[in-house]
Design a protein around this ligand. Structure first.
Ligand code: ATP
Ligand code: MG
Length: 420
């Protein structure tokens, strides 16, 4: 029997790591520059947090959560998104007493039982940002601008910011009956998911990617045409801030989030050659969420960005950083007696800032030098019994094959600064 990583999951091998690390570090630095600070919740939570905080009518809660009972009989779920945990922590730790808005970012593994395909996995990693406690269109624009800036910093071009306002509960009281009236005659022709959405999350009827439902989306009434003046003004104010930031906005009148606690601003960043699997970043305002999980009514806005989809895009656009080379120095011990001194020499080099390791396995000099070339080492330090007795070491430059003898006492000083 051969074990494999579970379906829809993958190992991050060293060759994959630099792109991911670059994305995460650019995202952290960009968020920190706007005053966001690191946050990390546990990997699992009470399942009900997500049922209430993501919502019954969502794909996530209906069919994607990894739910389990622990040995104490508690119903838990692996985190299927980050926002609910941040909001839970905001309430639990009384962060309403801190200066508002509370601005946090996270880089977290996310678990969803999805049908695996390109860019869609059962475990992925999200960089996310949340700003909680203030309802201000300038904050919406700031959140969006951090996401946009991360893309620019990484060199990703030809992106589109999709933007819509879905108003609030009051706007939707007038709108939803009209939306239902549009879809009701076709109810039997809609996909199974949409028949459920019709009752629980009607806005998401506009969002279905199934062929059978798409044709009915055309001509459906749009939420944007049903906003009250104050909701329209809020959206226009966000647009004005985005315009001042020089961020191009593409209006997306059918872009939605399904649940009552998502309000006003919704947005996505997609590559210009957009298909359904390629949304890089998605977010919105959730002024009703904290109340839905048991806190006082508190506004909030945030986004999540898929690190794997970003890494795929960086690779496709040849923007992914190279895999890092191995240690600069390889210490080769010839004969057992030289071994311990070689070990300490490698450690001294590292302590002096020169990346170094040993050639392990007691192979021949030729085999060890071949290994040094393959791992990208720049110098080999060869220490045999004769060298040990004379207090010297052979330093071989691996870019040519020049070799010289250097006193053991001086070799670390000589190499530090030259190689790192
Ligand atoms: P979709 O409509 O593609 O299912 P979603 O609405 O479920 O997206 P969000 O919950 O908003 O996505 O997640 C934010 C971001 O996380 C997405 O834009 C995407 O980049 C990434 N993402 C979401 N689900 C997956 C997944 N299964 N595999 C890889 N990345 C994902
Ligand atoms: Mg999804």
């Amino acid at each position: 029997m051969q074990f494999r990583a579970p379906r829809g999951t993958h190992d991050v091998l060293p060759a994959d790591a630099p792109a991911r690390e670059r994305i995460a570090s650019v995202a952290r630095v960009t968020a920190a520059a706007a005053g966001y600070r690191a946050f990390e919740p546990p990997t699992f939570e009470q399942a009900d947090l997500f049922v209430r905080g993501v919502g019954d009518g969502t794909d996530i809660v209906e069919k994607e959560m990894y739910i389990f009972e622990d040995r104490g009989g508690e119903r838990l779920a692996l985190r299927p998104e980050g926002t609910a945990s941040v909001c839970r922590a905001y309430v639990e730790h009384g962060l309403a007493n801190a200066p508002q808005p509370v601005k946090l970012f996270y880089v977290l593994p996310i678990f969803r039982y999805e049908r695996p395909q390109a860019g869609r996995y059962r475990q992925h990693t999200q960089f996310g940002l949340e700003a909680i406690g203030v309802r201000d269109p300038a904050l919406d624009a700031e959140v969006i601008s951090v996401g946009w800036r991360i893309m620019q910093e990484l060199g990703l071009r030809d992106l589109t910011l999709l933007f819509n306002s879905i108003g609030d509960g009051e706007d939707r009281r007038a709108y939803v009956p009209r939306l239902r009236a549009h879809f009701e005659p076709q109810l039997d022709s809609l996909c199974g998911d949409c028949r459920g959405r019709f009752h629980r999350a009607p806005l998401r009827l506009l969002d279905c990617k199934q062929e059978c439902c798409r044709s009915f989306q055309e001509g459906a009434p749009l939420i944007g045409d049903h906003l009250r003046p104050e909701s329209r003004e809020f959206a226009d104010a966000v647009r004005a801030h985005l315009s001042a930031l020089g961020i191009p906005v593409r209006e997306a009148p059918t872009l939605v989030r399904g649940l009552d606690y998502y309000t006003h601003t919704v947005f996505e960043i997609v590559p210009a050659r957009a298909g359904s699997q390629v949304t890089l970043l998605a977010g919105g305002r959730y002024d009703g969420l904290i109340e839905a999980i048991g806190g006082k009514p508190t506004p909030g806005i945030g986004f999540g960005m898929g690190i794997e989809r970003m890494a795929n895009d960086l690779r496709a656009q040849k923007l992914a950083p190279e895999e890092e080379a191995g240690p600069a120095a390889l210490v080769v011990a010839l004969g057992e007696a030289a071994g311990p001194r070689a070990t300490s020499l490698a450690a001294e080099l590292r302590a002096a800032g020169v990346s170094a390791t040993m050639a392990f396995g007691g192979r021949s000099l030729k085999a060890q030098l071949r290994h040094a070339h393959r791992t990208g080492a720049r110098v080999a330090l060869i220490l045999g019994e004769r060298e040990l007795a004379a207090g010297v070491v052979q330093v071989r430059d691996l870019s040519g094959s020049e070799q010289r003898e250097v006193a053991l006492a001086e070799v670390v000083g000589e190499l530090s600064g030259l190689v790192s």
